[in-house]
Design a protein. Sequence first.
Length: 245
Amino acid sequence: MRTVKFAIASLFYHKKAMILYTLVSFFAMLGLIVTFALIYSLDQVLAQTNELLSTDDLQSKLTNEIQPITTLYQHLFYLIFGAYLLVICGFQFYYQLHKRNEYSAWLTTGSSTRQWAGMQLIEMWVPLMLAAIAAFTLLMLFQPYFQQELLSGHIFVLDRENTSAHIWQSVQSSQNEEFGITIPQNNQVFVQNVELNSTAWLSIMFHSTRQAILILTAAVITITSLIVSGHCLYWRKKQWKNQLN
């Protein structure tokens, strides 16, 4: 409890830095939730369209045509996640340099380096959770608009890749041409033909938020642990050298 108490006090003491960190985490969380929602809703589009096709060959062709879109969304994830990692690494590095005097004072009270590291983890985790709650709440409040924008995003990417035409040609080239008539040649119709009820959208939202929280939490814990450990080791070693001199 003592470590938690000091972590909360430190959050308020370094409120400017923490506000900046929370805002960065909020936009990263929002971006990842949207990206995962795009991936999961595209999976729903693929699954429901596959139900219209009676053979494994046709389903395989459809999956192959959709795969570039999934890859594009995955690249978007790597872009957002990579940018967040770079920002957090830089932020944590300079943040710990700024707190080196606090660390020295912490040690003089008889507290351990392990407790200090625990305090730093709590200090980084709390704003991240606040950012996650804020991002999820915002998306839930504007859920109808969010759903519409996701579908519009699918249509935009499908148009960019000319996917529905490729799917039509791929399916029509099959020997079972009679099944090709169930595949729309227009991307907008192709996407809007898929029915996702409120329960499905809610499931997508929860799943996307859960994935975003797990990934960002793991990233923050790993980066914080490494940088704090290196910082503590460096300053402890420097203090010992000063004492010897």
